[in-house]
Structure formats: structure tokens, C-alpha cells
Design a protein around this ligand. Structure first.
Ligand code: SAH
Length: 453
């Protein structure tokens, strides 16, 4: 393993070591560890509310401002603080509250979080629903059943089992790596119900371990403390995931996110089919997912770059684990923004380049700055490609739409002086579904481009 430490310590994109959540793909949430009975809708209010306007209600609830019910009527599951007229009662973070329009009409049951910009996230649109063990049992069973027909199970044993809002469970991610489950909680609702959720997962999936990785940076924004540890069972010393027949070590305790980026499974398989006899450059390689697929696909050489020493260590180990030719692989610990410039100055050329950076724009507010970052790396990549070369480029920024991403790439090609065609439009794999009423779920977009010969 070559480990040239060319990274610049001053780069704004350089991650810290270990568990920084570079690509968190769901929004975070609220407060309140531990388990409580959450069926408070039949209880009396704990504090007598002071009504400024609007009708009095018999239970703690969230009353919206006039006209601010529109997004809920379209079944968007978030209630932003700006839409809230008042909160009746004295609910705690994680409590289930009825959300009502300004006339008092029921809209939804939602998990409350006074510490978040997103005051509540919807559990259910049905007034008769009882948010409790049975409700979570049904939602989790449905989520598992929806995945049972996905055919990648034949040569992969990693799968996202629960994809938060898109599976009707806002703030809850559950990834499966063989017989280990990793759970990540990002909002007050699932934080409140975590023991119930863990019991249900244990009963339905019978894993050897449920490990909790609720330690993303974004939890702080929701007033939640980080938590990282075993929730059920015992963590095996070596956790492995098989993806498209390749074996990867997954560091569930200290790796990024829940340990592995399952959303790129299909796109990695595609890379394998494009790599034969090519000189490949894999930027932001993490534990080598795209690199190993390229090598197995017959790549002539693969240069892989990442800023994380830990990730590169595992990547090199993964290569050996799969019996692939280490002589064709070069690993570089560096800041990609710097490394691409160095490669350009060295006049290095590649036939296939992969750019899979961390999230530059969590929301649209960061889009402009993020756009500059995407343009920069894509422009440099276009310049490093040989005529007829391929660029596989991704964005996992919720704040960058597919349309905007394509425009940024078009601008980069223009400035690099290359003509290019799109040959594939790519997204996350099928175990990361997108709820139609929650377009924020469509965070991952990718393009494969061929530059003119
Ligand atoms: N392509 C990977 C996932 C990439 S996640 C896969 O298939 O698994 C993003 C990666 O970018 C992380 O591994 C992180 O360490 C790395 N990273 C973040 N900023 C970076 C920078 N400026 N230069 C190099 N690597 C960076």
C-alpha cells in the first residue's frame, strides 16, 4: 500500500478521522432517551394551555398557522417551526402529538421535538392510529417485506432495511450486514421508541447483534447526545458484508455512517462492467467499494484516493480479502481537491474516473458553495481523462437537485474544453426507496459521461 501523505491540512473539505458523518442522508431529530408509554393522546393535558388564538383542544397538540397545513395535505412528513401557531400542553421531546390545522381539524400524529427546526415528524395520517408497539411492528414488517423480493439478495448480504421517512419511520435508519444490524437514530421520535424498535428488530430479524450508531454530527442540531454501542447481542470481531459477490470488512463501531455505503451497490456493479483494461482513478474511495469492483472487472490499474487513513487501511485489506491483484492497486491518502491538481500537473491520464464525494450541501442553503466544489473536481477530472474516457460522477447532497447537478457538470465540461455525453443516469439502490411525497429522499444522483474521442 502506497501512502503518500499529500493532503493539505487547510482544506475545508478534509474530514476529521474516525466517525465523522460525511454523507448523512437523512435529517436529524430530537431528544429524550429511554422508553415511555407514548400513547398520550387520551391523557389530559399536563399544563393548562394559554390560548392566544384558535380553538381549545382536549389533549396536548400542535396547532398550525392558517394555510400552513398545505404541505401536510400533500403528505410531506415534516412540520417546520415556522408553521406552528402554538403547542398546547407541556409535551416532552419524542412525545406523540396530534397535529391540527388552525380550525382544530386533525391532520396527523407526529413525534414532537422542541429543540429542532423541524418541530415534528409525522408517524401516521390516520386519526385512529395508536402509536405504540403494534404500530412499529407493522411499519418494520412492511419495510422488511418490501425488500424480500429484491433480487440482489442472491449475491449480496448487505441491505438497508429501514430508510427513514421513505419507510414511514422518520429519523430511523437500519442497515443489515450479514447477521449484524446497525441502527442509526436521527430524530426525537425513534429516540423515544428505541427499546421498542430494538425488541421488534430482534424478534423479526434474529441478528447476532444490533449495534447503535447514533453518533452523527447532525444529532447535535436536534438536541440529541451521541450514542455508540451494542444495543442487543454481541458484536462479532469481524463484520463482513458481501456485495455483488465481493467481500468487504465493515467497521460498524468506528467507520463512517453505519460502516458502509450500501446505496452505491448497483452503481459499483456498473463500474465493474466499464473497467476492463482501463486505467482507473477512484476519488473518495472510502473502503474501496468502486476500486474492488473495477479490479474484478479487469481494470489495468486503479489509483484510489481518500483523506481517511483508517478507510484506506480497510480498503487495502479488502483487496487482499478478495484475492485481487495488489500490484494493480495504488492507495493515496490525500485531499482530492489537491490530489487532482497534482495529477494534472504530472500530466497523468486515466480512462475511467469515479468521483463520489461526501455531502457538500445538506440543504439548498448550501447549494451555491457546494456547486463550486462539484464544478472544481469535475472540471479537473474531465481534464485528466483520455479521449473517449468515462466519468462516473455522484452527488449525495440533498440540497443539489438532479437538474442542478447536470447543469454543474455541463459547466465543468465546457470550462475543461471537452464534449461529453451522458450514458447513464444513476440513483441509490432499490433498498433506498424514495417516497413520492418526500422528494428530499432522492439525495443520491449520478451520471456516467463519455468524453469525445
Ligand atoms: N465511494 C465510497 C463512499 C465515499 S464517502 C464507497 O463507495 O464506499 C466519502 C469519502 O470521502 C469518505 O471516505 C471520506 O473520508 C472522504 N473524503 C471527504 N472529504 C475528502 C477530501 N477532501 N479528500 C479526500 N477524501 C475525502
Amino acid at each position: 500500500m502506497t501512502s503518500q501523505k499529500t493532503r493539505s491540512p487547510s482544506t475545508p473539505h478534509r474530514p476529521s478521522r474516525g466517525n465523522r458523518d460525511f454523507r448523512k442522508r437523512t435529517q436529524p431529530g430530537g431528544n429524550s432517551p429511554g422508553e415511555k408509554n407514548n400513547s398520550n393522546r387520551s391523557s389530559t393535558p399536563r399544563n393548562a394551555p394559554q390560548f392566544a388564538t384558535g380553538p381549545a383542544t382536549a389533549q396536548p397538540c400542535i396547532l398550525l398557522k392558517a394555510g400552513r397545513e398545505k404541505s401536510l395535505l400533500r403528505r410531506h412528513p415534516w412540520i417546520f417551526s415556522g408553521a406552528v401557531e402554538r403547542v398546547d400542553g407541556a409535551p416532552a421531546g419524542g412525545d406523540t402529538l396530534a397535529v391540527r390545522d388552525h380550525t382544530g381539524e386533525f391532520l396527523a400524529w407526529a413525534a414532537f421535538n422542541p429543540d429542532s427546526q423541524i418541530t415534528a415528524r409525522v408517524w401516521s395520517w390516520r386519526e385512529q392510529e395508536n402509536i405504540g408497539k403494534e404500530f412499529f411492528g407493522d411499519r418494520i414488517s412492511n419495510s422488511l417485506a418490501a425488500r424480500s423480493g429484491l433480487d440482489f439478495a442472491r449475491n449480496s448480504n448487505g441491505m438497508r432495511l429501514i430508510h427513514a421517512e421513505s419507510n414511514g419511520l422518520p429519523g430511523l435508519i437500519v442497515d443489515r450486514y450479514g447477521d449484524v444490524l446497525v441502527m442509526q437514530i436521527g430524530s426525537a421520535g425513534p429516540e423515544h421508541w428505541r427499546e421498542t424498535i430494538a425488541d421488534i428488530l430482534q424478534e423479526l430479524c434474529k441478528p447476532v447483534c444490533i449495534y447503535e450508531r447514533s453518533d452523527s454530527d447532525s444529532r447535535g442540531l436536534e438536541g440529541l447526545q451521541p450514542r455508540n454501542g451494542v444495543l442487543r447481542g454481541v458484536l462479532p470481531e469481524n463484520v463482513e458484508v458481501i456485495e455483488n459477490g465481493l467481500r468487504f470488512n465493515v467497521d460498524v463501531a468506528a467507520g463512517q455512517k453505519t460502516g458502509f455505503y450500501l446505496d452505491q451497490r448497483d452503481n459499483r456493479a456498473l463500474t465493474g462492467t466499464l473497467a476492463k483494461d482501463k486505467d482507473v482513478l477512484n476519488c473518495f474511495c472510502y473502503t474501496g467499494g468502486f476500486s474492488l469492483h473495477a479490479l474484478r472487472g479487469g481494470a489495468k490499474s486503479v489509483l484510489s484516493i481518500d483523506a481517511s487513513e483508517e478507510a484506506l487501511f480497510i480498503a487495502a485489506e479488502n483487496l487482499t480479502r478478495n484475492g485481487l491483484d495488489a500490484g494493480k492497486a495504488e492507495w493515496l491518502e490525500a485531499d482530492v481537491f489537491q490530489a487532482l491538481r497534482t495529477l494534472r500537473d504530472q500530466n497523468r491520464k486515466f480512462d475511467l474516473i469515479i468521483l463520489d464525494p461526501p455531502k457538500f450541501a445538506p440543504t439548498a442553503a448550501f447549494a451555491e458553495k457546494a456547486a463550486r466544489g462539484y464544478k472544481d473536481i469535475n472540471l479537473l477530472a474531465f481534464k485528466l481523462l483520455r479521449p473517449g474516457g468515462l466519468l462516473c460522477t455522484y452527488s449525495c447532497s440533498g440540497g443539489i437537485s438532479e437538474d442542478l447537478f447536470q447543469k454543474i457538470i455541463a459547466g465543468a465540461a465546457l470550462d475543461a474544453g471537452v464534449d461529453a455525453q451522458i450514458i447513464h443516469y444513476l440513483h441509490a439502490s432499490a433498498d433506498h426507496p424514495v417516497l413520492l411525497s418526500f422528494p428530499e429522499g432522492a439525495y443520491l444522483k449520478g451520471l456516467v459521461l463519455r468524453v469525445a474521442s
